[in-house]
Design a protein around this ligand. Sequence first.
Ligand code: ZN
Length: 468
Amino acid sequence: MLYPGFNVFEKSINEINSFVVFMASENDETFIVIDAKNGADVTSLGFNAVSLGDGKFKAALTHENACVMRKLFPFTSPVRGLGKPVSFGLGDRLGIATPGHIDLFQNHDVFPMFAQQSIRELTLTNRTYKDVLDAASFAVFREGFKKGFGADGDHLKTAEDVEYALSLGFTMITLDCSEHIKNNAVLDSTIPDHYKTRYLDEKITVGDYPIVFSQDELKECIAVYEQAIGFAKDIYFNFFEKKYDADFEVSIDETISVTTPLQHYFVARELLEAKVKFATIAPRFCGEFQKGIDYIGDIAQFEKEIKIHAEIARHFGYKLSIHSGSDKFSVFPIISRETKGNFHVKTAGTNWLEAMRVVAITDPSLYREIHKFALSVFDDAKKYYQVTTDLSKVPDITGLKDEELPNLFENNEVRQLIHITYGIILSSKKDNSFIYKDRLYKLWRQYEDEFRKALVKHIGKHLELLHI
Ligand code: ZN
């Protein structure tokens, strides 16, 4: 054995200058080991490390050491990748899913965003953007993944949050414009000339589709989207144009009304005419993209509309971004076909659900406890997520045998029950200690291989149906 005494992660062994740097674990702790050959001065690398004797040093997985690692080993730093034909967002709320994602993405020609979290998710899991980024970087180092990955500051709504994520090195920002979209607003004044010439006087076609605005439709576009477009412009010119090198996604999906192809065209053209460079737009598609379950709605209608949305994106030269993409199996082949294999899909909750499926398989009694707890806090959790869960359709688990518990994850009502309660499950405390969190993480450490396999299988099904 190369390094007796530790459990060495073989794929993490890297050499730099006169040092060998790798990751190892001992008991429940994972850390970086620096082997200074020929008595080289370890401080020259910059890690905050303690001596283990015999020329070896141990560095804890802190944010400071993550920053040093990213400098020394650039493959552990996120890079831009939204411009690639296919990119895929993997919201890992637990900070432990990346090894499983790497097993899968190692063999696929698709750019992964291993770090992707929204402010809502940060709040609900008590994590910070530093944690999110560091967890991805450490996993990439540990597993020796050198194909490149991205980091998405997801659904950011303020300039402060955007700047914070960018300053930490996030390589993608998803700007959530929803608070600036004025649904039901009306334009009382006449249509300004600069809009008239572009949208009423000009004959517009994208691909085979004529884009025809009536006066009223144009008035509505202006009234509903003008402020959101202004917001996106401000953010772009303040942060992206000169200051940070990152991909920009404009999200107009978190709103009550469906984005029509006309509205999509209007928003994209306004931004492009203002010289805003963005890689993706996330429209709100028809039907429902609820978290962690398949598409709900009229699939034929979805197909009809995404055809035009995809054509608009191709016309202007960016990609469609599909949010809440977890488990949308019935529409994945349509998305792949209509976008001609150019898209960004985001998933998040489904990774957490796979972690909970592992709990149901490996520790049925802990799962039962959490399931009952989730039922008791469901109404609270609903404040954060739009779901139509009917709790009366959740089977009574006291009547289920242990081996039947994993099948619960085939039931949409159970998926949503467990999906939206993640924050409360992970953060609830009794007598100052977590009720479930520590037990869960211990279990996931113990059954890491099962979790990895579950992710390869489940996220793999996403990739397969997206024809990746
Ligand atoms: Zn969204």
